[in-house]
Design a protein around this ligand. Structure first.
Ligand code: XLS
Ligand code: MG
Length: 344
């Protein structure tokens, strides 16, 4: 029995299109996806605003709540919770130059409209977390935006969300680049600084995605540990990544098992989940998979996460303390390798 509860987003089962090729699989309807998520063992669903209310621009504020209620009923039907809602500020023409930090005042206003609607949807779905994956907040051309102004605009936008709803919590999902080049909030350190600069730091924290940390050349377990030390790790997106290149969203642990082990280990050591947090998996099935393999990456990631939890349970802290006392880190490292290879 896992100590953690797990969550997943509908975008994690997708059609296989990438920047250089068309779809390779059929679209699976939302209800079919969540039914399957439940069967696989997930407890909660992560949403973009328009995952919950497709074509969101076509509805009034009241109509959006009515549409969201239909999704809430579906979640109830399958005994699933909503973990968070994230405004998707990257597909709409108004977000071509970014959302909260766009150079266009009209487009910044549109971004706020999406942020407020995300909060409304979260309220209907029964969750209090808003995730900001700041896809296009940054620059493609350095001279096009002032980093000072962009940072202040982001802080202002978060302040407005905090004002709009007194219970909502804002989680910044940090990422250093892609699709933008120079991101406004690339790491957990930046996230903590932004949090501290808002009007209510107690309601602004972080969501750490493994692949995003690796894209910044950082170790995900250390990013998790840092945010936890600040009391601000309120979400994770576990996945994997082969080096510093495009965002791969690979199944958890398939590239670097030791790094994956250390992420699970630090989550266990810090009591992640005690306040109702979920371990989110943000993994994508390979483009080459056939339709019937659409969920395999999720099953594999869950299996690997749970197996690593069992390994972390076995971790011999007395032996570790002995190695530390002797300053014999070679011995400690080999112990970890033997544990992971099943030799312990
Ligand atoms: C993309 C992000 C995205 C968020 C949700 O890199 O990980 O999937 O998790 O907006
Ligand atoms: Mg993510």
């Amino acid at each position: 029995m896992s100590r953690f509860k797990y969550s997943v987003g509908p975008w994690n089962v997708h059609e296989g299109a990438d920047a250089y090729g068309p779809a390779t699989r059929e679209t699976i309807p939302f209800e079919e996806k969540i039914k399957k998520f439940k069967e696989i063992g997930f407890d909660a669903i992560q949403f973009h605003d328009d995952d919950a209310v497709p074509n969101i621009n076509n509805y009034t504020e009241e109509e959006i709540k009515v549409e969201a209620k239909k999704v809430k009923d579906l979640l109830d039907k399958y005994d699933l919770k909503a973990e968070f809602v994230a405004p998707r500020l990257w597909f709409d023409p108004h977000t071509t130059d970014g959302g909260f930090c766009s150079n266009s005042a009209e487009d910044r206003e549109y971004a706020m409209w999406r942020a407020y609607r995300s909060i409304d949807i979260a309220n209907v779905l029964g969750c209090d977390k808003i995730v900001l994956w700041l896809a296009r907040e940054g620059t493609l051309c350095y001279e096009s935006k002032s980093p000072v102004e962009a940072t202040n605009r982001l802080i202002d936008a978060i302040n407005k969300m905090l004002d709009y709803d007194k219970n909502v919590k804002i989680l910044i999902e940090t990422k250093p680049n892609e699709p933008i080049d120079r991101s406004v909030c690339p790491t957990m350190g930046h996230c903590m600084a932004i949090s501290a600069a808002t009007k209510d730091p107690s309601r602004v924290g972080g969501l750490l995605e493994s692949a995003h940390a690796m894209l910044a050349g950082l170790d995900p377990a250390s990013e998790i540990g840092f945010a936890s030390a600040m009391g601000k790790l309120w979400g994770v997106h576990l996945n994997d990544q082969n080096g510093i290149k495009y965002d791969q969203d690979k199944s958890f642990g398939v590239e670097n098992l030791r790094a994956a082990f250390n992420q699970i280990k630090v989550l266990m050591e810090t009591g992640f989940g005690k306040n109702g947090e979920y371990i989110g998996l943000d993994v994508k099935v390979m483009r080459t998979q056939k339709q019937e393999g659409s969920y395999q990456h999720l099953e594999n990631s869950l299996k690997i996460a749970k197996a690593l939890e069992a390994k972390a349970e076995k971790f011999d802290y007395d032996f570790q303390a002995k190695c530390v006392a002797e300053r014999d880190y070679e011995k400690l490292e080999m112990y970890v390798m033997e544990l992971l290879m099943g030799l312990k």
